[in-house]
Design a protein around this ligand. Structure first.
Ligand SMILES: [Zn+2]
Length: 82
């Protein structure tokens, strides 16, 4: 599967990377399959299973999910698991 939208991949930032989860800061207009595809493209898991968007309403740390970025306007923070 390829990205269907024109997003600058430099705007896909991971700010926390764990073994089975990753937290990313991405443009807020990026949604759904395009969001998932972009994250997997820039930060491949390296294993067979891909990152999937966490369906929880809060991050493990307690913040609302997704969470507006406090440093860059127009960006959102999402949590993915694999
Ligand atoms: Zn951010």
């Amino acid at each position: 599967m390829a990205l269907k939208v024109d997003v600058n991949l430099d705007d896909i930032d991971a700010y926390a990377i764990g073994l089975v989860d990753i937290s990313v800061c991405v443009p807020s207009w990026l949604k759904g399959e395009d969001l998932i595809e972009a994250v997997n493209l820039v930060y491949p898991t390296g294993i067979q299973s891909r990152w999937t968007l966490d369906d929880q309403t809060h991050f493990p740390g307690g913040e609302v999910h997704p969470n507006p970025c406090s440093r860059k306007e127009g960006k959102l923070h999402y949590h993915f698991t694999c």
